[in-house]
Design a protein around this ligand. Structure first.
Ligand SMILES: Cc1cc2nc3c(=O)[nH]c(=O)nc-3n(C[C@H](O)[C@H](O)[C@H](O)COP(=O)(O)OP(=O)(O)OC[C@H]3O[C@@H](n4cnc5c(N)ncnc54)[C@H](O)[C@@H]3O)c2cc1C
Length: 462
């Protein structure tokens, strides 16, 4: 984005006093530090985004506590054509909630009511924390079908609009899979905001759109009967043996599991608090598996020469340690703590994953370290990889990414805040049409959906 082409909004005293009249002085934050904090996420995972997004922040952050307040704030922003960006827990890692054109950040986390957990459906407000939903659901004999490893901080709205899946995805797929979503309700961004409810499959188009297609105000997500799990650590020097075993466990429907993660040594060397369970030079598998199946699984692993170093039994209510704190995008966090030059990528292997991994090692010796997560989408187990990459330059990262594609690996670029560049959006035309309906002035998180023609904050935009 060329800053000389931007038309930044002016937020004046009248705007601020209008906001204060809706939510009260204590919920309108204008001091630099508070606004900066509420304008940022984990964008610094990417050295490219770090450079692009440094210094970007809103002019004002507003905390909204209920639907009426949200509606009034949205209406004021629409009347004054101020950019508005939503924020939940701020744990996204592609800068999705960082405002590109200043304006207003709306912190929706105080809208955090669990409306009901009846009949195996979590009906919640957008700011409800996933940890709270999971804890309350478990009390009633349910658990969430999938949740990100940031479940302690992240919100339902942020997960549905910015995330994709995680713990549980090995059994239930991602947020968009099957009938995971019962419904989502969005508010439009206009002078008289309207609500629109999307049910079943129709909800799919609204998910993972970086908060560009309206404001999520309520979600109904299906739950699944609760299970007691053991969290288990397995290690081996034999990469292929461990990989085959973990893949077999992932494909075996008779094994009830919530997480299957695998790490190439030396990635586990960064998991400091687990050090004594992760011997030098050993690759590692973490499994979260139904408690009454863990003994059989253990016997099977030992028979294959795979060592078992720890089991963390289930607790009710759940409490740390969680092995998930070292999986999905948490792995990258641990690696970056010890090796600040590292970053990651997001890829999905094909059925010939052993061969693809061999080709990557051969082409980039020592430059890429494997971290894999198994998921299930439409009944097919799939192997996702968030490889750790020692970042040398953007050019080199592009070379690596080109090679992924060359050998048939699907990529979702985590080094962009642009929706269309971050993954496959076969339905982008429908998404654009939805944005037109829900955000007619183009003021909602502008600049993130770049193929939407109207951006009032860029000179020459339609
Ligand atoms: C260490 C780490 C581990 C992670 N692990 C996972 C993982 O396992 N799986 C996964 O999917 N992601 C993961 N992520 C990414 C992120 O944590 C999740 O996607 C999380 O669910 C985002 O929730 P949040 O409340 O923090 O959202 P935020 O970061 O606040 O927002 C995310 C996006 O949603 C938009 N948004 C928020 N609320 C609303 C709303 N009500 N209406 C419209 N738009 C809204 C924001 O504008 C932004 O574009 C990880 C990130 C980190 C840093």
């Amino acid at each position: 984005m060329d800053s000389s082409n931007t038309l930044l909004p002016e937020i004046n005293d009248r705007h601020i006093s209008d906001f204060v009249s809706v939510v009260g002085e204590e919920n309108v934050l204008t001091d630099y530090e508070s606004v900066e904090k509420l304008s940022k996420d984990f964008y610094w995972y990417s050295p490219i985004l770090k450079k692009q997004l440094e210094g970007k922040q809103a002019d004002v952050a507003i905390k909204v506590g209920n639907l009426d307040e949200l509606k009034a704030i949205v209406s004021l922003c629409a009347k004054n054509r101020l950019p508005i960006t939503l924020r939940g827990g701020g744990t996204g890692n592609y800068g999705q909630c960082i405002p590109l054109y200043r304006g207003v950040v709306v912190d929706i986390s105080p809208m955090n009511r669990i409306i009901s957990l009846d009949g195996g459906v979590a009906r919640v407000e957008p700011g409800a924390r996933l940890f709270t939903i999971e804890t309350e659901a478990r009390k009633l004999g349910w658990e969430m079908r999938c949740l990100p490893t940031t479940f302690v901080k992240s919100t339902m709205g942020g997960f549905l609009c910015g995330g994709s899946g995680g713990i549980g995805s090995i059994t239930h797929g991602m947020i968009r899979s099957g009938d995971n979503m019962k419904s989502v309700t969005f508010m439009s961004v206009e002078e008289e905001p309207k609500l629109r409810k999307f049910e079943g499959e129709d909800a799919g188009i609204t998910l993972h759109t970086y908060g560009t297609n309206g404001i999520l105000v309520e979600a109904e997500m299906r739950l699944t009967p609760k299970v007691s799990y053991d969290q288990m650590v397995f290690v081996s020097r034999d990469w292929n043996g461990l990989l085959d075993w973990a893949d077999g466990v992932s494909r075996d429907d008779s094994i009830h599991k919530r997480l299957v993660s695998m790490f190439e040594w030396p990635v586990p060397a960064n998991f400091l608090s687990l050090k004594k369970y992760l011997p030098e030079g050993h690759h590692v598998v973490f499994l979260t598996v139904k408690q009454d199946q863990s003994a059989d699984l253990l016997a099977d692993a030992l028979k294959r020469g795979i060592e078992h170093t720890r089991t963390i039994p289930d607790t009710e209510p759940m409490r740390p340690p969680y092995l998930s704190d070292f999986t999905w995008n948490h792995t990258t966090l641990w690696v970056m703590k010890k090796n600040p030059t590292f970053t990651n990528y997001q890829i999905r292997f094909g059925p010939n994953f052993q061969e693809q991994i061999r080709l990557l090692w051969e082409k980039f010796p020592g430059e890429i370290q494997m971290h894999m997560e198994w998921i299930r989408v439409d009944d097919d187990p799939m192997l996702i990889c968030l490889p750790l990459i020692d970042f040398i330059s953007e050019e080199r990262l592009n070379e690596i990414s080109d090679f992924f594609k060359e050998i048939g690996i699907y990529t979702a670029n985590p080094h962009t805040y642009i929706l269309e560049e971050g993954g496959m959006h076969n339905d982008i035309e429908e998404k654009r049409a939805l944005k037109k309906e829900m955000d007619p002035h183009g003021i909602l998180n502008p600049g993130k959906m770049v193929s939407y023609p109207h951006n009032p904050f860029e000179k020459g935009s339609a």
